[in-house]
Design a binder for this molecule. Sequence first.
Ligand code: ZN
Length: 221
Amino acid sequence: MRKARLPPELRVKKPQSKQKKKKQREQLEAHLQKPRGYRRFTPTSELPLERFDAQGQRVCRWCGGSLTGRQRSWCSVACNEAWLVRSMPSFARKKVLERDRGVCVQCGVEAQGRDNQIARELQKERRLRRGTLTRVVLRDHLKQHLLDILPRYGLSDPGEMGWQMDHIIAVEQGGGECGLENLQTLCTVCHRQKSKQQAAERAQRRKAVRSQGISLSGEMP
Ligand code: ZN
């Protein structure tokens, strides 16, 4: 599916502060310390650059199967992709889009198709207005136009656009570093709902552990 892009006026990204970048780096490092399966993605450093069998023959870096002809890393496209899906979020997302076409598995909304439509409408509006408005006025106009058309698509705020690649079995439950079988498409609204529910469940589990700890210590002399 080809993705339509929002007009450049609406694509501006806020620059990240140094502190935020530093925090993100620290979080990533902590995340990589987690055991296998409990991380979102496998760092590239964990796959050997080349792999050999007991006889010293070069074998597939992913499955260890034998290589033929000019193959040097992977015995098949499937093996190469199996690795890329686990190590490269952007590749996994591309594959999920190919399979699900951006349709939310929860509510069935065609999130990608809808967003493409919205982007096309905005591009059209931009072509119509760009000659007559200054850049700043055009940006504000397009922002307002986006807010005006969103209700027609069942949305109330631009933050509800888009879709998320969701882990069916949560990363926290050992579902990370997975193949496409554990990845699904959720629209932003459904994904927020799921995250909220998961957070509530986590809080409940923590509470249960705490109360157990207190009752155990209560039994001590
Ligand atoms: Zn949904």
